[in-house]
Design a protein around this ligand. Structure first.
Ligand code: UFG
Length: 324
């Protein structure tokens, strides 16, 4: 098969590209940043529909994976226009170009953020949608747009609602690096590696056993597997749908720090700070639908293993400067 991976140079997209190439598919990455060496690269902004028309005129894709988005919840509150422009308007341009070219299959990176503050745990796909920030709303808007594009143009999509993507390529070639970094596990490991003075815990007064927030961490390689199954599902004639992707197990911020101490054998200094705005106390997935419909079986379900892979990547990352 021939696939376009939009955002294929990013954290999750790069793992997807590796997975697809290993499975024998032809892959082109659309990104403004260069993908891994040797990967075919269309350097373009998906907001540029004319550039996409040219690409789609040259390459006949069986499906598109769309990973490109801004992901910082806090920034989305202070700069909503940036999020709606990039995550919604640019996606609309991609969808229109797909319609122009007759490409009928899309796997879209959505988020647990579409649910907002959970009304019950674990969260299944039928849970009410109530995003509490522009980031989550941007993902939910695209999901709704996809419904209309299915109805009008027969564009079939699977929206994958990630919980907390974490870990790194088990073979050590790829890993997580955001600039600036806001995600818990890389921040903890940067503190363990001495690249940061400390990690800050945002709130110890939540209604959870140890008072810190609980999240469902899902290995990035297992996310890639789910995307591959999702595209198979679409190409086999599957209807538009959405799946939660998580392990169904919650770990608190303090538990993640404790596991990281055990995995790294390093000191990790911790500072306490007030709650971060917009953090729900507990987010845990019910991923039963992906398990039953896609036969998805996450492989790296232990948080220790997830952190070990991330640590392996952190240790080999060629940074010498201290950050933050
Ligand atoms: N946290 C800290 N200190 C930090 C960073 C995070 O205590 O320095 C805490 C947060 O308060 C949260 C947990 O660690 O309770 C995880 O935080 P992350 O920023 O790693 O992840 P989030 O749960 O906030 O966000 C993730 C994705 C978002 C997505 C969201 C909901 O990164 O893109 O899940 O789906 F919107």
């Amino acid at each position: 098969m021939k696939f376009l991976v939009v955002g294929g140079a990013g954290y999750i997209g790069s793992h997807m590209v590796k997975h697809l190439i290993a499975a024998g598919h032809e892959v082109v990455v659309a990104d403004l940043v260069a993908p891994a060496p040797g990967v075919q690269w269309a350097k373009l902004d998906i907001a540029d529909e004319a550039a996409l028309d040219v690409l789609f005129g040259v390459c006949r894709f069986d499906a598109v994976f769309h990973f490109a988005s801004f992901i910082q919840v806090g920034e989305s509150v202070s700069a909503p226009g940036k999020y709606y422009q990039n995550n919604v308007a640019a996606t609309l341009s991609l969808l229109q170009a797909m319609v122009n070219a007759g490409i009928k299959h899309l796997v879209f990176s959505s988020s647990a953020a579409v649910y907002g503050n959970p009304l019950y745990i674990p969260i299944d796909e039928a849970h009410a949608k109530g995003p509490i920030n522009p980031y989550g709303l941007s993902k939910w808007m695209v999901e709704q747009i996809l419904e209309d594009f299915d109805r009008a143009y027969g564009l079939k999509s699977v929206c994958l609602r990630y919980f907390n993507a974490a870990g790194a390529d088990p073979e050590g070639q790829l890993g997580e690096r955001h600039e600036p970094e806001t995600h818990l596990i890389p921040l903890i490991l940067q503190a363990a590696a001495g690249r940061r003075e400390a990690v800050t815990v945002f709130g110890r007064d939540y209604d959870t056993p140890d008072g810190t927030c609980i999240r469902d961490y899902i290995h990035v390689a297992d996310l890639a597997t789910a995307h591959a199954l999702a595209v198979d599902y679409l190409l086999a004639g599957g209807e538009r749908t959405a799946f939660n992707l998580g392990n169904g197990h919650g770990f608190s911020v303090q538990q993640v720090i404790d596991i990281a101490r055990a995995v790294t054998g390093r000191q990790i200094h911790v500072l306490d700070a007030p709650r971060r705005a917009g953090d729900p106390p507990r987010l845990v997935a019910d991923a039963g639908k992906a398990l039953s419909v896609l036969s998805w079986r996450p492989e790296f379900v232990s948080l220790e293993q997830i952190v070990r892979h991330a640590w392996h990547w952190e240790l080999q990352y060629p940074w010498t400067t201290r950050q933050g």
